[in-house]
Every structure is written in structure tokens, then in C-alpha cells.
Ligand binder design. Structure first.
Ligand code: NIG
Ligand code: FE
Length: 424
């Protein structure tokens, strides 16, 4: 008879700071964002993939852990133990690169002009259509591995470099393959409405034909194969108008795909207000946002996802994170990892940028990149906090104060990333 070994029990003993993020499993706003539920003198116990216990180390009774279990103890003194990072906005499945475009932009070329001229996103579309499935998977997995090293264990992944049925499906199947073959927690979003492809530019009739294809061909196929949970639209100048976006989201909702919106990156272009009207899971970018738009997001309970890496790379203004927190809007922070506007992979570093660029405090930024990000993906009962029953997705930092993540932005402070109990 085959022996099934019991899951390994790990005791993380007495970290200098334990960031539990204890509290309700809903997105945090305002002052609640800076309460990280910090405990001292605590230990945490995981069994297999789950967190099973936490409390004062003096109360830990190893005899209750089960005699069958193989118990391993880690002395975490001098370290921070916190939830692993959750990257709630990436486009990490793409083919090729845009290194030449990076140089052009650094020499003064404008991102929107390159895009309008058929480069930018459309260059990545051509390259993504041109790689094999194996290449697409291998290139994406390499990125995921680097992102895990810097502390991320949960990845939202958008399509949008296919813009045709086959390639959109291929991108989303890679997201599924990362989940099923590589054991990576991925949540997929269909962003077929990322750009109007070259062959559909020139008239409203052609644009409408593309949007009809998204609604009647791509989204139904994605839903039928259960390849995505969410639907996204790049609703901005040079991409899709709010009316066009509304059509795509309405069809997505009919098919069970919940909306998240690329909004207000280039101006007050209607995306944020549309996200509020739809009660979207998230409104992302938000470089241009006035008090009325903030109030609408708060009223609708939409999470505002800030992407300060993109502002950095494109030399654009930073979204006003401080104003969002003060307005009571729950804020998340993500990388936007994509081949053009920001290929940053380290969410730990982007947490630092969200403080210097968006004016979040270190505590708010940690909440934004863990629990609030998990809430925006509907994963609030799996990741983002340290509590019994949640997945053992944890980070050990090589410092005794979590604020060093911001103080020393970009330094390799993540000693160990743990994903579903497995040290990576
Ligand atoms: O979120 N803004 C739209 N889409 C991506 C950029 C994609 C690209 O440049 O390839 C973003 O920044
Ligand atoms: Fe994006």
C-alpha cells in the first residue's frame, strides 16, 4: 500500500514583527489601511498549504500539532514575517520585447504618439502573435519566477496582446498553464479591448466591427473555456471611448466576466466614472482624478489600483494616492508588468515607489499590495492576511522593521517567499 506522508508542519518562531493584517476580510480604506495588526513575540504555524495557528510563542503547544507530522522550526528572530505580495494588475504573458521603444522614449518620443502610429501595444501584438505556445509559456514563466523571488505569489494576468481570437485564447491558456502546471496562483482577465488593431483603424464602422468581434466572438469563447474571471477595457484617449467600453463590459457581465477598468491614465477620459457606474472590481492607473471622480469611486466601493511603475517609466504624473486614502477610497498597488509602459517585475520595489510617487505611507502601501489587492481579485479569504485557514503565502524579510522595504526601496530584502506552504 502506498504511504501518503502527512503534510509538513512549519513553525515560524518569534519574528521581530509579525504583520497579520488582522481585521475584516473586506478592502480597507482611510486610517484602517495603516493598521497592519503588528504582533511581537508571536509564532505562526503552517500545515501543508495552510496557516493553522498563530499566537504568543509562550502559548504554542507543539504536542497539539499531531504526532504524525514532520515538524520543522524556523527561528525568525530579527526578521519580519508578513503576507506574500499580491500583484493585482499585470500583463505578464507577452512575446518579444520593446527595448528599442524604451530608448526612443528616453530620447523624447511620446508613448501615445508611438501607439497612435502603430507601435507600442501593436508592436507587442505582432510579436506575441509570432511566438510559439512553448516560447510564450517559457518567457512568461521566467518572469513569474523572478517576480516570486521578489515576494509575489499571486498574479492577475491580462490578455490583450492578441486582439484576435486565437492569440487572446493562447495568452489566457498560458495563464491557466502557469496555474495548473507550475502551481502559480493566477487570476485571468480578458483584455481583448486593449487597442484597435491596425486592420480595424480608420473609421467608426471598422472600430465597431472590432468591438463586435470582441463581444460576439472572443468574450464568448473565453467564457466557454472558462479562461478568465474578469474583463478589462483600456478606456482612454487613443484606445476605447467610454461608450465602446460600456458595450464590451455589458457583454462581459452577461457572460459572467466581472469588470476591471484601465481608467484615467491620460486625462479625465471617463473611465473612472464608468468603473463607478459598473461597480467594477477595480479602476486602475487614475493619474487624472478629481474630487468628484474620487467620490464616485468611494460611493461605488471600487478599489483604486495605483501603478506607480508606469508613471516612472513614462515620465508621467503620479496618481494622487494620498487624496484617495483621505477620500476613503480603498487603494491597491500593482506593477502593471507589461512589455511597454512598465516592465518592472518587483512589486516590493513598486511598493516603495507608491510611497515616493503616490504619497502612501509604508503601512498603507503594504496593505495596498497584500490584503486590498487580494480583495480586488476576490481572494480575500485565501491570501493577503496571516490568519488560520488562509493559504500559507508568506514572506520573511531580512530586516526587523517592515518600513525598510520603503526606506531601502529596491534592495533585496525578501529573504524567503513561501507559496502555499512551499519555500520558493
Ligand atoms: O496598463 N495602458 C494600457 N495598457 C498597458 C500598457 C501596455 C503596453 O504599452 O504594452 C498599461 O500601461
Ligand atoms: Fe495595464
Amino acid at each position: 500500500m502506498q504511504q501518503i506522508s502527512p503534510p509538513e508542519v512549519v513553525i515560524y518562531r518569534r519574528p521581530a514583527q509579525l504583520l497579520t493584517l488582522a481585521g475584516p476580510a473586506k478592502a480597507r480604506a482611510g486610517a484602517a489601511m495603516s493598521d497592519l495588526g503588528i504582533e511581537h513575540g508571536f509564532s505562526v504555524v503552517t500545515r501543508g498549504e495552510k496557516i493553522v495557528w498563530l499566537g504568543p510563542d509562550s502559548k504554542l503547544d507543539v504536542n497539539t500539532l499531531g504526532t504524525d507530522a514532520q515538524v520543522r522550526e524556523l527561528d525568525c528572530r530579527g526578521q519580519v514575517l508578513m503576507p506574500a505580495l499580491c500583484d493585482s494588475h499585470t500583463h505578464l504573458v507577452w512575446g518579444g520585447h520593446r527595448l528599442d521603444e524604451l530608448e526612443l522614449r528616453l530620447r523624447g518620443a511620446d508613448y501615445e504618439e508611438i501607439f497612435a502610429a502603430g507601435g507600442g501595444i501593436l508592436s507587442s501584438v505582432r510579436q506575441t502573435r509570432g511566438v510559439t505556445d512553448e516560447q510564450l509559456y517559457a518567457q512568461s514563466l521566467a518572469r513569474v519566477r523572478r517576480m516570486q523571488q521578489t515576494g509575489t505569489t499571486t498574479f492577475e494576468i491580462k490578455s490583450g496582446y492578441g486582439l484576435d481570437l486565437q492569440t487572446e485564447l493562447r495568452q489566457l491558456r498560458v495563464a491557466k498553464q502557469l496555474r495548473e502546471q507550475a502551481g502559480v496562483r493566477t487570476v485571468a482577465t480578458c483584455l481583448a479591448a486593449h487597442a484597435i488593431p491596425a486592420e480595424f483603424r480608420g473609421s467608426q464602422q471598422k472600430r465597431d466591427a472590432f468591438i463586435a468581434g470582441v463581444c460576439e466572438e472572443i468574450l464568448p469563447a473565453v467564457a466557454a473555456e472558462q479562461l478568465a474571471t474578469y474583463c478589462d477595457v483600456f478606456c482612454d484617449r487613443g484606445a476605447f471611448t467610454p461608450d465602446e467600453a460600456r458595450r464590451v463590459f455589458a457583454r462581459g457581465q452577461q457572460l459572467g466576466l466581472k469588470p476591471r477598468v484601465h481608467a484615467n491614465e491620460f486625462g479625465h477620459t471617463g473611465g473612472a466614472l464608468l468603473a463607478a457606474q459598473l461597480g467594477a472590481a477595480s479602476a486602475d492607473h487614475l493619474l487624472y482624478l478629481n474630487a468628484d471622480e474620487r467620490a464616485a469611486l468611494k460611493q461605488a466601493g471600487v478599489i483604486a489600483t495605483l501603478l506607480p511603475g508606469t508613471s516612472t517609466v513614462l515620465g508621467k504624473p503620479f496618481a494622487d494616492g494620498r487624496a484617495l486614502v483621505e477620500a476613503g477610497v480603498p487603494v491597491a498597488v500593482a506593477t502593471d508588468c507589461n512589455p511597454g509602459s512598465c516592465a518592472f517585475e518587483s512589486l516590493a520595489m513598486v511598493v516603495g515607489l507608491s510611497c515616493y510617487g503616490n504619497r502612501l505611507t509604508p503601512g498603507e502601501a503594504i496593505c495596498a499590495a497584500t490584503h486590498n489587492a487580494a480583495c480586488s481579485l476576490g481572494l480575500h479569504n485565501q491570501v493577503g492576511r496571516i490568519a488560520p485557514g488562509l493559504d500559507a503565502d508568506l514572506l520573511l524579510l531580512g530586516t526587523d522593521d517592515y518600513r525598510d522595504l520603503v526606506y531601502h526601496t529596491g534592495s533585496p530584502l525578501v529573504d524567503t517567499t513561501i507559496s502555499r506552504g512551499r519555500r520558493l
